[in-house]
Design a protein around this ligand. Structure first.
Ligand SMILES: [Zn+2]
Length: 72
């Protein structure tokens, strides 16, 4: 998986991150609206410097989300 941006810790700005997933099906972002049938599985990271856990949506899925919103 290729990222087009560098993810940094939102708390301390470190790039020393460990990527993974948290939880199970509860961590799916579902945009409001009637045009989406599937949610978007969020990815998570834990900062190895300060322990902050963040979540984000992978760039590939984000691009699809942008296209859906721009086509409304
Ligand atoms: Zn941090």
């Amino acid at each position: 998986m290729k990222f087009t941006r560098d993810l940094t810790c939102v708390s301390c700005g470190s790039k020393n991150l460990c990527y993974g997933y948290t939880g199970t099906t509860t961590n799916i972002f579902v945009p409001s609206g009637t045009f989406v049938v599937h949610g978007y599985r969020t990815r998570s990271y834990v900062c190895l410097d300060c322990g902050n856990i963040g979540q984000y949506i992978p760039e590939s899925k984000l691009e699809r989300l942008r296209q859906k919103f721009s086509s409304r």
